[in-house]
Design a protein around this ligand. Sequence first.
Ligand code: OOG
Ligand code: NI
Length: 461
Amino acid sequence: MTLSQVSPDDIRSAFSQAMSDMYRQEVPQYGDLLELVANINQTTLDSDPALAARLDAQNETSRLGVERHGAIRVGTADELSTLRRVFALMGMYPVSYYDLSEAGVPVHSTAFRPIDKSSLQRNPFRVFTSLLRLELIEDAALRRQAASILAERDIFTPGARELIELGERQGGFARDQAERFVTEILETFRWHRDATVDHDTYHALHAAHRLVADVVCFRGPHINHLTPRTLDIDAAQAAMPDYGITPKAVIEGPPRRQWPILLRQTSFKALEESVRFADSDGGTHTARFGEIEQRGVALTPKGRARYDELLAQSRQAPAAADNLAHQRQLGEVFAAFPDDAATLRREALAYFRYQLSDSGRERLAGGESAPASLDDAVGTGWIDATPITYEDFLPVSAAGIFQSNLGDTQQQAHASESRSESNQSAFELALGRPVHDEFELYGRLQQDSLERVQQQLGIED
Ligand code: OOG
Ligand code: NI
């Protein structure tokens, strides 16, 4: 990047805003959802000064109002790898591999997101991106037909393709180029009510799996939801009916906690939208829905293994009928998971960012020296340890979100949250590079903060 170039963080922010504006036009209920979440967040911050202070210390208050994730589904390796190049120009990189086929959904996925501290702080926009696995369509003729339909489409405008090349050649964009880039790329995510196939083809693909029809029958990977971040998802779920929104039955992920962990999500049903088929037949298609999420601290591999165990244990009980009962069941099982910052940190269950505290700074200036051990320095208030926010997704929750939008008749997900290696290399081949390991990224954020504060204090280790 040279001096006259726009930072990828600015491009990502502009793109995220443009996407939000477009989606608000396309799906008016999304506007209601934003309003609901903004109200809940304000009330939560007003009534919980400790939480407000914690978010401030994490430098997250400012990003909260712009924080979103979106989701798209693509059909070919070329579409996926070109999107990787597009997102890289916005400072977004593929993190983690999610195999949804274990839950009966014929896709595998990654999430494109910023990875370094300042970019995450600026705007953590993420796009959950799924690649359809055509090989899971059983009927060989239908599989070939789907592949040839996909081979004929280009989900990028000619202008977008030119700008991708240009941006890569220059190592970034000048301001006017960046603006054009955002405008051109937005086209890829737009909803088109004109399907590219006739009614019969749509039905055949739909019968194979609803997602197959959604990916194959349209001109591009329409954004299917944009999710704002709430600070209190239980309150948001309860308030949804007041805004004319019907939530799915249960909140996915861990239960409510004093120290929130990972990710909790709820969504509302997909909209039934009218479409026009290539033979001018009319019909409907459901693809787009609404979702809200609450984010907590990122867990270490040890914490995550504990989470997976408890989640699996909670799933042995018969499914609860409503969210209150579900949360009660989950809460009982998760009582075994520590719920205070000191234990989460000491037992290395979660990642923390270390910073010299105000009082540490004063004491240092006054000539005092800090305790040599990290635990003592945290215990005596020299160093603040604040939770590092989870920036990724959970496969079981994602499967639950997919399922709830496939209609209640389809089976519930029962995959484990554990990582599957099986198809990851095929996905990475299509993507054109390996995905980042989320644990490595969180570990590095923690380690960088630790080294900085140790240097400030002159502590060795
Ligand atoms: C993606 C569903 C997964 C999440 O938040 O877990 C997801 C999709 O429906 O395409 O967005
Ligand atoms: Ni989502």
